[in-house]
Design a protein around this ligand. Structure first.
Ligand code: G6P
Length: 372
């Protein structure tokens, strides 16, 4: 079993370290010699894809957070409206679907019953369906019009890590492909984003080499009762995913918030010593949210929060307000989730370990939930 875990103590730790490959392998073979995206495997005609006027992503758990990240990118690149629906809600909310709706399901296992039923419902209403899936021959790809496989390799730990990065990557590939196909203002940039995506695996590797301090922080927090996570833009779903990892693995009450929402309620939770992770966008991000998030750190610090700040390397502006700074390599704003989530995964892994819990098989959870 030790060999299966690649020398690591748990599958989760191994899978976290597999992430550079999960991203690289998911990008493999998706461009031709000239750098253009090719998705030959899609089995939906270009005419049908060109006609799409609305995208709905359906998924559960971590896969739904990958969908939330994808929404920001696909809308930005294609200008097609993207909605993200929890698969178990989708079918019951009288969804607006036509033959010009593309329903993208995201599922590691391809067997999640809630997601499968959402796909079947979408098809019965005439939607085009694409499955983003990690498991060949599983049910959801079989029940969909087309499949875009993630190449994360088998994921054994119940809490998803490398599949999440691969799902985001595959959704980016799909978004860039649609942008290229539709020839809008972004079409020419698709190739340069692909190139930048190609540089992400090495950055994840660099980041993984710097996780000793995160591990140490986690070890000292075994008695923590609640942890909050704040992020904005693509950092928001990453805050939700960071909180989910902590609930799943360490059984700690954890919540993620959009940082802009802080003043509308959650700031009341801040009391001296309350640990808060903050995902800070790059100072150079086009959306210009960096300063606003730094102000949030200042506000919670002033109320006694213990601030654990994930920021781009070289961003000195967070230092005065951070109890800990976790630096991530620079990348463009939409690709940042592939990096910023990594310290949160590592944190949950080591906090769970510090509490003596079963990292790979948390209580009450199943790797794939095949009942509705
Ligand atoms: C279960 C797992 C989660 C996973 C979710 C969706 O609840 O415990 O880790 O995110 O199912 O699984 P899927 O295989 O559809 O991605």
């Amino acid at each position: 079993a030790a060999a299966e875990k690649g020398g690591y103590a748990t599958f989760m730790e191994k899978e976290i370290h597999d992430q550079p490959h999960a991203v690289a392998d998911t990008l493999l073979g998706r461009t031709d010699a000239s750098g253009r995206l090719v998705l030959d495997e899609l089995r939906i005609s270009e005419e049908q894809l060109e006609a799409v006027d609305r995208i709905t992503i359906v998924a559960c758990g971590t896969a739904a957070y990958a969908g939330m990240v994808a929404k920001y990118a696909i809308e930005h690149w294609t200008r097609i409206p993207v909605e993200v629906a929890l698969a178990h809600e989708f079918r019951y909310c009288d969804p607006i679907v036509s033959e010009r709706t593309l329903v993208v399901s995201i599922s590691q296992s391809g067997e999640t019953m809630d997601t499968l039923m959402a796909v079947k419902h979408a098809r019965s209403l005439g939607a085009l369906t694409i499955s983003v899936c990690n498991t060949h021959g599983s049910t959801i790809p079989r029940e969909s019009d087309a499949v875009l496989y993630t190449h994360a390799g088998p994921e054994i730990a119940v809490a998803s890590t490398k599949a999440f990065l691969a799902q985001i990557t595959a959704c980016y590939v799909l978004g860039l492909y649609l942008a290229q196909l539709r020839g809008g203002s972004f079409a020419d940039d698709a190739q340069s984003v692909m190139k930048e995506l190609g540089e992400v695996p090495a950055k994840i590797e660099t980041l993984l080499g710097r996780m000793d301090r995160v591990k140490e922080i986690a070890r000292f927090m075994a008695d923590t009762r609640a942890v909050l996570f704040l992020g904005r833009h693509v950092g928001y779903p990453i805050a939700l995913e960071g909180a989910l990892k902590l609930k799943e693995l360490a059984y700690i009450h954890a919540e993620g918030f959009a940082a802009g929402e802080l003043k509308h309620g959650p700031i009341a939770l801040i009391e001296p010593g309350q640990p808060v992770f903050v995902i800070v966008p790059s100072p150079t991000a086009e959306h210009g949210l960096h300063g606003k998030v730094v102000s949030n750190i200042q506000e919670i610090r002033a109320r006694g929060a213990r601030t654990l700040v994930i920021a781009e390397e070289g961003d000195e502006s967070v230092v005065p307000f951070a109890d800990e700074v976790i630096s991530v390599p620079a990348t463009s704003q939409l690709l940042a989730p592939l990096l910023t989530v990594v310290p949160l995964q590592v944190f949950a892994l080591w906090l769970s370990t510090a509490k003596g819990l079963d990292v790979d098989q948390p209580r009450n959870l199943a790797k794939s939930v095949t009942v509705e």
